[in-house]
Design a protein around this ligand. Sequence first.
Ligand code: AMP
Ligand code: GLY
Length: 404
Amino acid sequence: MVGSGGREHALAKVLGRTADVVVTPGNAAIAGSTATSVEDLVALGSVDLVVIGPEQPLVDGLADRLRATGVAVFGPGADGAQVEGSKAYMKDLARAAGLPTARYGAFTELEPALAFLQSLPGSYVVKTDGLAAGKGVLVTDFLADAEADVRDKLAGSSFGDAGRRVVIEEGLTGPEVSVFAICDGTRAVCLPAAQDFKRVGDGDVGPNTGGIGAWSPLPFVADGFIDDVARRFVEPTLAELRQRGIDYRGVLYAGFMITAEGPKLIEYNIRFGDPDSQVVLLRMTSDLAAMLFAAAAGDLTTVPPPTFADDAAVLVVAASEGYPAAPRTGDVIQGLAAAEAVEGVTVLGAGVKANADGAWVTAGGRVLNVVGRGPDVATARARAYEAIGLLSWPGMHHRSDIAG
Ligand code: AMP
Ligand code: GLY
């Protein structure tokens, strides 16, 4: 497994139920972490499957380089990775596949970009075309703010080259829902829906983060939603990718907004959500390693459909001071053992490392993912917050309204 965050901690735990897992580089919290590179591990000859966690190495072609050595890889090649690596590519794919999505335009020049903004009905979304660690998106009701953001992005002053092309969209409203589709190039299996909380502050205020809380299952999602997503979004997308010569083996993570007109696709990502997939993966009761191996081998029909515990999971991120703008690191984490002892709680290490004494210290913005599970959402939530209350370091903060 390649990666080092809370997502990889959850994946390593669930894969570890049925497989021997080594994580590179991993982190202090993840058993089986190693500094040896994935290339060197594969060269040893005992690796059956590589699972690539984050998007950047996929965009950079790591899956292609590893597949060329003959090993099975769960994660798309650089061709499929454009689905996340370029928002303009994703929107064009959505249009070609006929998927409901927000009206948009892609621009490298200022004047047509401003003209398109002025044609929109009053809620504006400006995205960097390239990867920006989940932070390249402005959503605003103010035209002047959207115009200023377009100028900064196109000039390269706010996001460097990632912003030299922008995608401008009409703003949609409604709850957001994440669906993870496990794809074998031809077929897909969709996991239960989760919801991610993006804004740093209670009541959805403040800047966007990479995701600061999550829960699953979602009581507001209609029966049949997942089947509808598979039929109307994921299958046409895989067909369009195949048409473009792309054999997509990995997760297709679809982010939806449930609007008054039904679900609309906001984004595709090429990897599991972080932290939104943790609340799905930890509830899985079937063999994840076998399923990802089958997908990597190109035939999901060789494994039974996945199964999940009939409970609820609520995840609260414990973040460091200054996150998301400028996270402070290096603080010793207190209360870990007590938090982990709370019934139904799993503490995932996201931005952590060990200091010289072996204690965990903060090493990133999103430090810990505290996951509470229980027979219902209220219990899962109470357990997560009980554990959060036992953790501390200077400047630690969290939202207090996740799944509330
Ligand atoms: P993205 O990187 O495309 O997922 O965008 C990040 C976040 O911006 C999403 O999770 C939404 O909260 C918000 N967002 C993106 N596109 C839109 C849109 N068309 N309308 C409203 N909000 C959006
Ligand atoms: N939590 C949102 C993402 O992983 O992109």
